[in-house]
Design a binder for this molecule. Structure first.
Ligand SMILES: [Cu+2]
Length: 106
């Protein structure tokens, strides 16, 4: 029973390691063409909204989404060849969170 637990732990840790390696690799490859957009997002009323917004913004062409609950903003790193700011705004607005573009932070 104990051996089995150790085995499961090892499996879990190696799984995490593999996932992070693959992820790091793929984001390095596409980094050159990516664009960052910051959106002001309305209707964010509780910390759980973050997850809904994140999901709504995870479109084809989206590389990374981070949602800041305190500042009511969403930062999206995307491939402009596959999607654009208008599509991202539409997606998050359709999910119930009207958004608008904010000037990208430097
Ligand atoms: Cu909420």
């Amino acid at each position: 029973m104990f051996i089995r637990l150790i085995f499961l732990c090892a499996l879990f840790v190696s799984g995490l390691y593999l996932t992070s390696t693959v992820y790091a690799k793929s984001s390095v490859e596409v980094q050159k063409n990516l664009q960052t957009a910051v959106f002001d997002v309305q209707n964010m009323t509780c910390p759980m909204c973050k997850f809904t917004i994140k999901k709504a913004l995870s479109l084809k062409g989206t590389d990374k989404v981070s949602v800041d609950y305190d500042n009511k903003t969403a930062t999206v790193i995307f491939d402009p060849g596959q999607t654009n700011q208008a599509a991202l705004i539409k997606a998050v607005t359709n999910a119930g969170y009207p958004a608008s573009t904010q000037k990208a932070k430097k």
